[in-house]
Design a protein around this ligand. Structure first.
Ligand code: HT7
Ligand code: ZN
Length: 843
């Protein structure tokens, strides 16, 4: 295995004036003819990438080259054989039907489609498959499929052949082609300069009635990017295509976004509120890439967070503007903690900008995406909204059409604001989550806050110098009044004190408002102070965090044997009284911390988590809360009904989320009676799925599951939910057996990544089941990873991260996890993707 190093990057010796491609599509033998007009920029050989290509012909300016010159993976033509300007041409044959890895050109349900990020284009033809080589593309597609699409604007279209031209220089990873039996729902958008853009969402015939929300989301995204960032769309058409077989969520190919169908198709009966919100967010994300990723791309794959962190940040802003900013922030913090903090605390920890990798596909991680976005949030907080806008304007002006680095990004902030960001850059180069400790001193009306920051060593990075940490805080007086509004402290040292004078009585610190930095916090705070913050803090995130900490402390006390959670249960009383004024917030507060988070917190505090005890005690606390508040919960459950037709807006979703939070608690008392009634009566998938999850947890699910399967057996996306909820929500002692049984069904179409993730991913997310003491969860998961790896290495490797926490558990579980991983590591022919993951996890 070859390790790639950031330090080894060298400029490509050539630029490309134009790339011309011709495709004759056939499932088993597609012919690809290419002509690439190269112009020399620097000294050096012509190096082209290729993988799995049957090379039929090669030529320079029409002079044939021996096709045998192509070695595995590379074609090198020495500089001495090349003029300064020349056309390289090739003819290759590829086999889309055999392409189960879904990288390059493949077939999904009879439709030809492509996925080229990160290094998929080399599976299509010989090319400089690196993001800093950009070119305009002209593409001819020949096929008997009725719809033939590629990037850019249509040039001509006739039965059997279409020609597309993309005038905007782009790297090969943004190339796309689709050919299939598709239908579109169409609309148009007039840009701020008055240009009309034709919009199409392409789906399989019959799916049109579920594509409307994707189109509405696209239009909202285009408008928002003009208003919030001044960014206008730049082609005559924008196409979105939904495909069923896809390794990730979606792909931002220039002018031709390709989506996992689960992020396009939605109707009240088939999609949940969460699905609708994700569709809007991901449609926005891919659209926003048009400027942050496509017009300005990455110089190399080490810079991935340049486009992904920024685009996630932009999609988070978009969702905040379209829905509730407070709720969105809390959701984002929950996701970051659940996925990224976990990554940062284990063997897979890496900086947002790594400096080495073996397989770039393994670096599409929570650290690159979500932490990359948090780092931008911190920058914005430090330079202010105006400074951020000036920096972004400069970024677009200065770097349009370029392939850039994190250094370019930081420089625009320095130039636009005059700040020195040298220390700030550590957020990009250093892995690990800083732990912020607060010590308070109160004397004579003066509060002194002393912060310490510490980051534990991570793989390859033993030393962790201090970072700049923006700490947003406020002070709340004992009567609940705010005595200091939000103030941002800039911590730059390992230890630093800040003083607040002239205070009448000792206030409670509302710390890290808005989650102003991706750090963990350790502080002494009494339960009644947390309850005061939950009741009175002016910052919604800090209020939620106070309640969440109260619950977490109670759960950890219980999980380690003591009584706990009474203070949280008391605080819930006040919250339920005014839940109607903010149902989504109340729902978030009612949700107990998940088992994985409890385990993470126990481990971070130096303990060994016991998954069974965590599960049992969390259940016990949920029951106690339900008992203590049954009348209020039952009342809210009724009040939060949403009469009238289903609307996927934030208001309706908020009411349903509170209703289901109440149902979840009440089901612990009524053994699922209400859930059964709701399952039978609900006309939308949000409530049906919510009710089904309660029934599964209560073990009263047989009839509901059978009815659900009967109704939706023809809908793959809905059946994915059916598989997922059973693996995820089954009681831990039953879950592995249930998953095994489901895996034996003929409709467990495991080569489809959505179906595989639904069942196997569902089980790995069922904490106590995956970490079953007898190792059955580990063994079952590895059996399936071994089956999938030869077929689809990317998806297999990503799912290996289920094991990234294995060293936190007791010796018995560790031994079983190591044995399971050892079997995977020893598998003959294990892919480079999975081999890298297993090696890092076991290191
Ligand atoms: N930029 C896209 C990443 C992506 C991807 C990466 C590797 C393999 C398959 C993939 N599909 C999409 C998606 C995004 O972040 O917008
Ligand atoms: Zn992205």
């Amino acid at each position: 295995t070859v390790t790639q190093y950031l330090a080894d990057w060298r400029p490509y010796p050539f630029q490309i004036a134009e790339t011309r491609l011709e495709f004759d599509l056939a499932p088993r033998a597609t012919r690809v003819r290419s002509q690439i007009d190269f112009r020399r920029k620097h000294a050096g050989d012509l190096v082209l990438d290729g993988a799995g290509l049957k090379t039929l012909a090669l030529a320079i300016d029409g002079r044939p080259l021996d096709p045998q010159r192509a070695e595995a993976g590379r074609l090198v033509i020495p500089a001495a054989e090349l003029p300064d300007a020349f056309t390289f041409s090739a003819e290759v044959e590829i086999d889309p039907e055999a392409n189960t890895a879904l990288e390059g050109l493949y077939l999904s349900g009879g439709m030809f489609c492509t996925q080229c990020e990160a290094e998929g284009f080399r599976h299509i033809t010989w090319y400089p498959d690196r993001p800093d080589v950009m070119a305009p593309f002209r593409v001819t597609v020949r096929s008997d499929k009725p719809v033939l699409l590629s990037n850019g604007n249509p040039v001509s279209s006739a039965p059997g052949q279409a020609v597309w031209h993309d005038p905007w220089p782009k790297p090969a990873y943004l190339f796309a082609l689709v050919a299939g039996d598709l239908v579109a729902i169409s609309d148009s958008f007039t840009t701020m300069a008055g240009r009309a853009v034709a919009l199409n969402v392409w789906v399989r015939p019959g799916d049109q009635d579920r594509a409307g929300y994707a189109m509405e989301s696209l239009i909202r995204s285009m408008k928002w990017d003009e208003e919030a960032y001044g960014r206008e769309y730049d082609l005559d058409v924008f196409n979105i295509v939904a495909v069923d077989d896809f390794n990730m969520g979606a792909m931002e190919n220039k002018g031709l976004n390709i989506f996992n169908s689960k992020l396009v198709l939605a109707s009240a009966e088939t999609a949940t509120d969460g699905d609708y919100e994700r569709i809007e967010g991901v449609i926005g994300h891919e659209y926003f890439h048009n400027w942050t990723g496509n017009r300005i791309t990455c110089r190399d794959w080490f810079q991935l967070c340049l486009k992904e962190g920024l685009t996630v940040f932009r999609d988070q802003q978009f969702t905040s503007d379209m829905r509730s900013a407070a709720v969105k922030r809390i959701h984002d913090v929950q996701t970051l903690r659940a996925r990224q903090f976990r990554e940062d605390a284990g063997p897979l920890a890496h900086p947002p900008r790594p400096d080495n990798y073996q397989e770039i596909n393994n670096f599409y991680t929570a650290t690159v995406y979500e932490k990359g976005a948090e780092v931008i949030g911190m920058l914005k907080r430090l330079v202010g909204d105006d400074g951020y806008r000036r920096a972004l304007d400069l970024y677009f002006d200065r770097h349009d059409g370029q392939a850039c680095t994190i250094e370019d990004w930081i420089k625009v902030f320095e130039d636009a604001t005059g700040r020195d960001l040298t220390q700030f850059k550590r957020w990009y180069t250093d892995a690990g989550t800083p732990r912020l400790t607060l010590a308070e001193n109160w004397r004579d009306g003066r509060l002194t806050l002393t912060f310490r920051q510490e980051t534990a060593p991570t793989p390859g990075q033993p030393e962790k110098p201090p970072r700049v940490i923006p700490i947003a805080l406020g002070l709340i007086g004992p009567n609940g009044d705010e005595v200091l509004p939000t103030t941002v402290l800039e911590m730059t040292e390992a230890e630093q004190s800040f003083r607040f004078d002239g205070l009448g009585a000792r206030p409670v610190v509302s710390l890290l408002r808005g989650f102003s930095a991706p750090v963990t916090v350790a502080r002494e705070i009494a339960a009644d102070e947390q309850a005061l913050l939950l009741a009175h803090d002016t910052d919604a995130y800090a209020r939620w965090q106070a309640g969440h900490d109260l619950a977490l402390d109670g759960l950890i006390a219980r999980a380690t044997g003591a009584e706990g959670g009474a203070a949280f249960s008391r605080a819930i009383g006040g919250l339920l009284d005014d839940a109607e004024t903010g149902p989504a917030f109340a729902a978030l507060c009612l949700a107990l911390p998940g088992e994985e988070e409890i385990a993470t917190t126990i481990a971070a505090r130096g303990g060994i988590p016991d998954p069974d005890a965590i599960h049992a005690r969390r259940e016990a606390l949920a029951r106690d809360i339900a008992r203590a508040h049954e009348p209020a919960l039952a009342r809210l459950y009724e009040v939060m009904q949403t009469p009238g037709p289903y609307r996927p807006d934030a208001e309706g979703a908020a009411r349903r989320s509170l209703r289901l939070a109440c149902l979840g608690l009440l089901s612990r008392l009524d053994d699922g009676t209400r859930a059964e009634a709701l399952f039978g009566a609900a006309s939308n998938m949000t409530e049906r799925q919510g009710a089904l999850e309660c029934l599964i947890a209560a073990g009263r699910d047989e009839a509901a599951l059978a009815g659900f399967a009967r109704e939706f057996s023809g809908n793959r996306l809905v059946m994915d939910k059916w598989f997922m909820v059973q693996a995820l929500r089954a009681a831990p002692e039953r879950a592995v057996a249930r998953a095994r049984e489901l895996a034996g069904r003929p409709d467990f179409d495991w080569m489809n990544p959505n179906r595989f993730r639904a069942l196997i991913g569902g089980l790995t997310a069922n904490h106590a089941a995956f970490h079953a003491a007898d190792g059955s969860g580990y063994a079952f998961t590895v059996d399936w990873l071994m089956r999938l790896d030869p077929v689809n290495p990317q998806t297999t490797a990503r799912m290996c991260s289920a094991f990234e926490t294995w060293t936190r558990y007791d010796a018995g579980r560790q031994a079983r996890a190591r044995a399971a991983l050892g079997r995977l590591a020893a598998m003959k022919g294990l892919s480079r993707n999975s081999a890298e993951m297993v090696t890092r996890i076991l290191a």
